[in-house]
Design a protein around this ligand. Sequence first.
Ligand code: ADP
Length: 540
Amino acid sequence: MLGRIMDNQLLISGLLQHADFTSGDREIVTRTVEGPIHRYTYHDAHKRARQMANALQALGVQLGDRIATMAWNTYRHFEVYYAVSGIGAVTHTLNPRLHASQLAYIMNHAEDAFVFVDLNLISLIENVADELRGLKGVIVMTDRDHMPETTLANVYCYEELIDSHSDEFEWPRFDENTASSLCYTSGTTGNPKGALFSHRSTMIHAYASALPDVLHMGESEVILPVVPMFHVNAWGIPYGATMVGAKLVFPGPKLDGASIHELLVQEDVTFAAGVPTIWLMLLAHWRETSSSAPALKRTVIGGSACPESMIREFQDDYGVEVRHAWGMTETSPLGSVSIPKPSMTDDATRLRKQTKQGRPVFGVEMRITDDAGKALPHDGKAFGDLQVRGPWIIDNYFKMDQSDAHSPDGWFATGDVATIDPDGYMEITDRSKDVIKSGGEWISSIEIENLAVSHPDVTQAAVIGVPHPKWDERPLLVVVPADGKSPSHAELTAFLSDKLAKWCLPDDTVYIDELPLGATGKVLKTKLREQFGDHKLPTA
Ligand code: ADP
């Protein structure tokens, strides 16, 4: 017997419509690409998204068409999210840090029909324009006065498109399983693969993200997503924040510590989200200028492991709660969040739990398995492949017939290696390809890295496995020293030795000016292995 409830479809357009109705006067503030601060309201955003929806339909955009964006976090990008998905087309966000060959590959693979591009990113599209098959036009996200000279064909001005269309628009209704947005993983090996989200998956993810023990979003919050809208939809914040009518603050192209600090203070931001590298810059700025952001209550940190020293500095020195979160493009991305349980009252226990990647958000099921696919115990010691399933986790990649990332019983294999403790906290010990195999035992590179960066003379650290005649592989520590410092290998191992088992200590240390970062701001261990893979260890 079925329940007697309306079968209304969960559609993304409903979010903005709702925010206009309930929180129409709540602000959306942007540091624009042109420079000045722009402010308007959910009511204005909804009106302009409807105008853009009319414009897109006039350009011939149809249900299912892929429409790309190459853009920073701004109010115009926000409007495009809603206009494109709202008419049933697919918002395909492009990462400006991708290599030109990858960009051309992705745009052709997605068959993008139009691309929205920010003023200072046009050259990236110009560079690949000759290779793009099927692109019908380019919309430059600015007004007439700022329109640049360009070699591109079929160029439109964003503000002119909006101005020339009415805001009379009825959002269409369609199946909630319709594709809404597309994001390619950076693909450190092989070609990038597309995660294709649906209206349904995005909406359920938005409900979950707003929960108090997830991102804690509500109308009274002022939210600054530093995490880019081109990286897994800024972790879903443009949807979740709209669902609850929170004030949104978009940082535009300026992501340095001083610029982020300025927005945090001027707009009384209560909650900000980003990867650890962004917070390193902000914390350095605060230290150098003896400043802070008094209204800031909470940061969500994810994308890479958040070191304990960062959690401590935010919480102890500035009173900002850290929520360490784990996820990936394929998981929309929220998978788990680490918040200590109310029963955990002891500071050391709370901190230890926060360095883990946390407990799954309701909707995500999690398990760790051995090589044979057998589930491993939750004892905090056994580690294996982390697998997940749930209503916002991909069941395949875009345009792929078969996935090599799914188990025979339908779980998604994340490629992460993890433990799960008896309290339900998951801890990533490595990417499976980064794990160091020493004499049949696995050494966690993340654990060593997190401890190494808490040394005062170390700014950043990475650990890779290098070949060893006896042990197969041994850890090599790669360090970016703090300004003017040169910590020796002996000093560093002495520092690590009371925190790590002896056989996990790095065999040698090498120094580097900066760590190579990939398109999503993560350390490229492939590059480090190319550079230091044949490093001769003193123990070899
Ligand atoms: P890409 O795969 O394109 O680099 P993703 O954001 O999808 O970008 O990366 C997901 C991966 O990032 C995860 O599988 C995991 O290895 C890593 N990751 C994400 N969050 C954390 C975290 N809190 N701690 C450790 N690793 C993390």
